[in-house]
Structure formats: structure tokens, C-alpha cells
Design a protein around this ligand. Structure first.
Ligand code: ZN
Length: 500
């Protein structure tokens, strides 16, 4: 029989070891995405295989099971943070052991093949090539969901995996509200003349854009001794611990806004990672609580602050110092209109703040049908195209710019998309609570976001995953989640911008 103290010591060692492997694998991944030559994948995937095998064994063994059981049985006497760590680890242990080993291995092989096939299918715009893989991925996900909870619809199990508490019962009314209130605005805006954004599409030399990124990160109050920026095809953030966070961006010489808003978005993720309490570091409580909460932070900085008129007023003089010729005669109002240009489009990742959630809604509706088995895999492209026409009024010319555009399904991530839309909505409600406590817009106009980060830090960042996501959310929003805040904000902002 293990004592509580022994169990806690062993938990500490286990988590430090896990974090060390996670750190090493994270650096390898980052290296793979940045400096490593193309064929380094041969050795890296071998190394990753070995390391992930070790991390699996660290978790799945009798001793770990006993450690977690001892702490959970003696929860009343243990520190609540230790108990929460044991709870979260128990959840992931259960997830790891529920699926029979040979099915898990089969699925991993399928996913790595599917990813390669998807890349080629997308390039050739050949959905038929990818369809058999998608069919198997759906099948596996349905089965895995059944192992976890056979009483719930499979899609609900997956939704809850990515965003604790999310279900079709909560998301149906959310998306119905967006459809009802935003669709008319989106279609009306599409008829209005587009604002002039041509000044953002001149030549902006990349070495100068790098300087601009540094200035923007300074405006956000990011500690550069703890956060570095790199360059990758697709921007991302990786936080190893609060003292070592990496963000990446992608520079396009003829598009100033693209990297600018990537840096602000990833900067929001990074501030969340850097804001965790010291005592949570090197445990599973460090970092963000859910995907939706992480997106709520990145989108908060990117859209609510970064695309506001007050912040444009602060941003323009900084941009003009670096790009005086390109930005001559541009006013903050012109910049504000240009960075908020809205037009229904084909590609989710390039879409604007107003239309973004509609892209997510289409994926949500499709995933619901896929997981319920209500649609055949070869019927999906036609369904996709019909929804883009109905909800966004756009014609999808080919599957490359249609159903094949996202990497999520090929990676087995079904049920992930809704967290993006939820995150956007959470952020707006947090803003409304924040406005009662601090002068958000004075800070934005001054170009010093530290008071905003301090508020988010207190309400969200410092807690990591210690608090349950719903508790954390209500604490930040001051009340239960209400998507009307999000819808009202978008209708008001875009009605004004487009004189509706
Ligand atoms: Zn993000």
C-alpha cells in the first residue's frame, strides 16, 4: 500500500520526466518546422517514435495507476492542485488505455498515410483520392468514441474531448443564432463597395517586416527574454514552459496585414502560456485550459484589440516609422477600414472576423452528419459546396479550395473546429466584463496593452488548467456564456463600418 506522500513524490517525478520528454519533442518539432533540412524527417520520425514510446510507458504501467489512485482516494488530505493534477492525468491515462493497442497502432498508421495522401489530393484537387481515408478515419473515430462512452452520440464524445462541456445540445443553438443574425449582415456587406486596402499590398521588404514584428510584440508587452519569434509556412505557438515560448509567423512581401495579424494572434497564445503561475510549471496544470479558451485569448488580441480603431491609431505611427513611403497619407480610419474588409470567401484561414464563424458552422454541420452516418463520404463535396452557397453566397470552384482545404480531418481531428468559433465568442463576453474594470480603449490607443494582459492574467492566464474550464470562463465573463454578446458585437461593428 503506497502512502500519500510517496504517491505525491512519485507524481512529481513522473510529471517532471513527462515534461522533459515533451520539451525535447517540442524542440525537435520546432526544428523540423524551421531550420532542419527536408530529409531530416527520416531521423526525426525515428527519434520521435522512440521518445513517444517511452512517454507511453511512463503513463501506462501499474505504478502510475497506483500513484493516481492513492492520491484520488486521499483527495481530502491532499493539496487541491495535486488532486487536480491526478484527475487530469487519470483522464488521459483512461483515454490511452481504453483503445486496444493494435487498433491504436492501426489508427496511427492510417493518420500518417492520410496526411500524405491529403497533401497530394489537395494539390491535385482530387477528393476521390482522399475519400477512402476519410471514410476510415470517421469509422475509427466513431469506434473510439464508443469505447469512451457508448451511451452518448459519438460526435458529442468528440466535441467534449476538444472543448470540455461542448455538445450538440449546446452548439446547435449557438450556430443557429449565428446563422439567423449574421447571415443577413454578411450578405448585405458583400453588396457594398470594398474599402481601399491597396496600400497594404505594396512592397514591404521582409527584413523591415521583422522589425515591425518586434515593435508589435513590444506594444503587446511581451517579454522577449521569454518569447522568441521564428518563421514557418503556417504560424503557430509552442510553449515549453512560461520561460520559453516560441511563436512563428509567415512573411509575404506584398501583404503587410498577413504577418501583422499572425504575430498578434500567436502573441495572444504566447501571453497565455507566459502568464501561468510559477508553481504550475512542469506539471500538467501549466498552459491553457481548453482549445476554446486558448483561441479566446489569441482572437482577443488579434480581432477585438488588434482590429479596433483605437489600436489602429497606435499602430499606424509605428508602421509609418518603418514604412514611411508606403504609408504616406494613410489615416487610422483608413487602416481600420482596410484591416476589417469583409467579403464572403472560400478559405477559412483567410476569412475576416465577420464571416469566420460561418466557415466553422459549415464544418460543424458536416461533422454532425458524418459522425451520425447520415451522409456518404462521396456525397460530402457536393454538400460542402451547397453550404458555402447557402450560408456565404460563394461558389466553390474546386475541392482544393473547398472540402480539401483544412488539414484537421486528415489528422483525425473531428470535433475540433467548433472551439475556434467558441473562442471568438468567449472573448467578446470577456471584453464586456473587462470594460467594467479598466479603460481598455485608452490602453489600446496608447499602444500599451499591459493593463489588458494584466486583467486577463488575473482572470485566466495564471490559473493554467487548475480551475475547471466552466469555472474559469464564468470568472472571466462574470456570468454564464451568452453568445448574444458575440453576435451583437459583430452586427454593430460591421453595420457601422459598412453603413448598413
Ligand atoms: Zn490560434
Amino acid at each position: 500500500m503506497m502512502t500519500l506522500n510517496t504517491a505525491i513524490e512519485k507524481l512529481n517525478t513522473l510529471e517532471e520526466t513527462q515534461r522533459a520528454y515533451g520539451h525535447a519533442m517540442g524542440v525537435l518539432n520546432l526544428d523540423g518546422a524551421t531550420a532542419a533540412p527536408k530529409r531530416s524527417i527520416v531521423g526525426r520520425s525515428k527519434t520521435m517514435g522512440v521518445l513517444s514510446g517511452i512517454t507511453y510507458q511512463l503513463m501506462v504501467n501499474d505504478e502510475t495507476a497506483e500513484v493516481l489512485a492513492t492520491i484520488l482516494e486521499n483527495a481530502a488530505e491532499a493539496d487541491p492542485k495535486v488532486v487536480r493534477r491526478a484527475e487530469l492525468l487519470k483522464e488521459s491515462l483512461d483515454d490511452m488505455t481504453r483503445i486496444p493497442m493494435e487498433e491504436f497502432v492501426e489508427y496511427q498508421t492510417l493518420i500518417s498515410q492520410a496526411d500524405a495522401v491529403w497533401h497530394e489530393a489537395k494539390e491535385k484537387s482530387d477528393y476521390a483520392m482522399f475519400a477512402p481515408y476519410l471514410e476510415k478515419i470517421i469509422h475509427f473515430n466513431r469506434r473510439f468514441a464508443g469505447y469512451k462512452n457508448a451511451d452518448k452520440p459519438a460526435y458529442d464524445v468528440l466535441l467534449d474531448d476538444y472543448e470540455k462541456g461542448a455538445s450538440m445540445a449546446s452548439l446547435d443553438p449557438f450556430f443557429a443564432l449565428l446563422r439567423e443574425k449574421l447571415t443577413p449582415v454578411i450578405l448585405e456587406v458583400a453588396k457594398r463597395p470594398a474599402p481601399d486596402a491597396s496600400f497594404l499590398r505594396q512592397s514591404f521588404p521582409i527584413h523591415q517586416q521583422r522589425v515591425f514584428s518586434d515593435r508589435v510584440m513590444a506594444m503587446m508587452g511581451m517579454d522577449r527574454e521569454r518569447c522568441a519569434i521564428g518563421e514557418t509556412e503556417h504560424p503557430f505557438t509552442d510553449g515549453f514552459n512560461k520561460w520559453d515560448v516560441r511563436i512563428t509567423t509567415h512573411y509575404h512581401e506584398n501583404d503587410l496585414a498577413s504577418s501583422l495579424y499572425s504575430v498578434i494572434h500567436e502573441g495572444g497564445h504566447a501571453l497565455y502560456e507566459m502568464g501561468g503561475a510559477d508553481e504550475l510549471q512542469f506539471t500538467c496544470l501549466a498552459g491553457g485550459a481548453t482549445m476554446g479558451l486558448h483561441e479566446s485569448q489569441s482572437r482577443f488580441y488579434e480581432n477585438l484589440i488588434g482590429r479596433s480603431l483605437p489600436f489602429c491609431k497606435a499602430l499606424l505611427p509605428v508602421a509609418r516609422e518603418i514604412f514611411p513611403a508606403q504609408l504616406e497619407g494613410v489615416t487610422p480610419e483608413m487602416l481600420y477600414a482596410a484591416v476589417n474588409a469583409s467579403k464572403p470567401s472560400l478559405i477559412r484561414t483567410e476569412s475576416d472576423e465577420l464571416t469566420y464563424a460561418h466557415h466553422i458552422m459549415i464544418r460543424y454541420e458536416m461533422e454532425k452528419l458524418m459522425m451520425a452516418g447520415d451522409v456518404k463520404v462521396d456525397e460530402l463535396p457536393a454538400l460542402w459546396n451547397k453550404m458555402y452557397k447557402d450560408y456565404l453566397g460563394v461558389d466553390v470552384p474546386d475541392d482544393r479550395r473547398g472540402i480539401l482545404q483544412d488539414t484537421h480531418w486528415s489528422g483525425g481531428m473531428i470535433g475540433y473546429f467548433p472551439s475556434y468559433a467558441l473562442g471568438s465568442a468567449y472573448g467578446v463576453q470577456m471584453l464586456s466584463a473587462m470594460e467594467k474594470d479598466i479603460d481598455v480603449w485608452a490602453a489600446a490607443e496608447k499602444g500599451d496593452l499591459t493593463p489588458i494582459t494584466a486583467w486577463l492574467g488575473e482572470k485566466i492566464h495564471r490559473h493554467g488548467s487548475f480551475l475547471k474550464p466552466n469555472v474559469l470562463l464564468e470568472q472571466a465573463m462574470g456570468q454564464p456564456f451568452d453568445p448574444n454578446y458575440y453576435v451583437d458585437y459583430l452586427v454593430k461593428k460591421f453595420s457601422k463600418l459598412y453603413n448598413l
